[in-house]
Design a binder for this molecule. Structure first.
Ligand code: FAD
Length: 341
């Protein structure tokens, strides 16, 4: 792996959007699927536990950190498979920094339905992407090649592997709509390719939550579409979502179901609505962790927050939701490492 590339006691706060997290015993950045496979197999051969982190945009890492090896999956390649052309074109994915550009005009109600349109009339293009590629880099890079279909996920940080793991959602779309096949590293170290239908994709989940498999590559069904329109939609999507703070781990809780919304008589399924208007928790803060005033389903690190602070805020929301409306809120963030508190 290269001894100079393996770090000891690396603070994981440097590798999460929330800027929270204690040290990893061993830390290694894999720059492509080959390096990822090698690192995982080697660690397992020494019975060292392995944890994969992508963009660190959906995780709460424990204050005491993670034991064993943490592999940060970052980088890789894309391969565009256009049936009408001879052979494959290979393109290196460009890394981009998905920094949050603030906007006064961001809306609290994320209604994207007016931006939706049907792309089914356009020709199909298959694109194979290494799991460590940044989703935003992939989207911009594919626009350069007139390929559309990722615009619904504009401004979602993280890697393509993280998008598959969680079956991310953008407006009315879920990532599984465009997944054709997934290449996985199994717990036994085998590389397998499975069709999307075997991934057990549902809202915010996939089979990997249980199986512990590692996503190496995903083959997407995209379109040779109207790239100008897709760019405009991505820009507008980013503008509307600009009130979602990047010093967070994304939404803390899943949204409620349509059935529960009807029973409760709320105007939206957004959990942020409940936190703001029903539980009246605007500005609730423990240590450096605070409910974001811009989006009430986000807990932000205002500076120096610990995982313990974050969980104290999260637990208080859960408690009040249970007491006030009898609702069991479901976590969307993933905990990583040891939590004994
Ligand atoms: C500002 C902001 C906005 C967001 N908006 C949205 C949104 O609109 N919709 C949405 O769905 N999510 C959203 N998120 C959440 C998050 O960005 C996504 O879930 C993202 O796909 C996570 O990818 P990641 O690479 O950062 O994963 P990480 O946070 O690094 O990891 C998350 C989990 O995935 C696992 N994992 C990562 N890569 C792999 C792999 N290759 N193989 C196996 N397991 C893997 C990790 O072990 C971990 O358990 C948002 C987050 C932020 C901070």
């Amino acid at each position: 792996m290269g001894s100079e590339r393996v770090k000891l006691d690396e603070p994981l706060s440097s590798h999460t959007t929330l800027r929270i997290g204690g040290p990893a015993d061993l830390f290694y950045e894999a720059h492509n699927s080959g390096e990822l496979i090698k690192a995982v197999r080697l660690a397992r051969s020494f019975e060292v536990p392995v944890t994969i982190i992508g963009g660190g945009s959906n995780v709460l890492v424990s204050d005491v950190g993670v034991r064993g090896l943490v592999v940060k999956n970052c980088g890789g390649e894309m391969e565009i498979r256009e049936r009408s052309l001879f052979g494959f074109k290979k393109h290196k994915a460009l890394p981009i920094d998905p920094r949050w550009v603030g906007s006064e005009e961001g809306t609290m109600r994320y209604d994207f339905s007016d931006l939706d349109y049907d792309e089914s009339e356009y020709p199909d293009v298959e694109v194979a992407i290494d799991s460590g590629v940044s989703l935003q880099a992939a989207m911009f890079n594919l626009f350069e090649h007139d390929i559309t279909g990722l615009q619904w996920y504009a401004r979602i940080p993280g890697t393509v592997g993280g998008a598959v793991f969680n079956n991310i959602h953008g407006g009315n779309h879920v990532f599984s709509e465009i997944v054709k096949d997934v290449v996985l590293l199994t717990k036994h170290g085998d590389v397998i390719k499975i069709p999307a239908k075997s991934m057990r994709f549902e809202y915010d989940t996939s089979r990997i939550h249980q199986s512990g498999e590692i996503v190496l590559e995903v083959v997407l069904n995209l379109k040779k579409g109207n790239v100008e329109k897709a760019r405009a939609v991505a820009d507008e999507w980013r503008r509307r979502k600009s009130s979602q703070p990047f010093n967070s781990a994304g939404c803390v809780f899943k949204n409620i179901s349509e059935k529960d919304r009807e029973i409760l008589g709320y105007p939206t399924t957004a959990t942020g609505y409940i936190v703001e208007h029903i539980l009246n928790m605007t500005g609730y803060k423990v240590g450096g962790a605070m409910i974001s005033p811009n989006h009430h389903n986000f807990i932000v690190n205002t500076g120096g927050a610990t995982a313990k602070d974050y969980l104290a805020v999260r637990d208080e929301i859960v408690k009040r939701a249970k007491e006030t409306i009898g609702m069991e809120l479901e976590d969307e963030i993933i905990r990583m490492g040891e939590f004994n508190y």
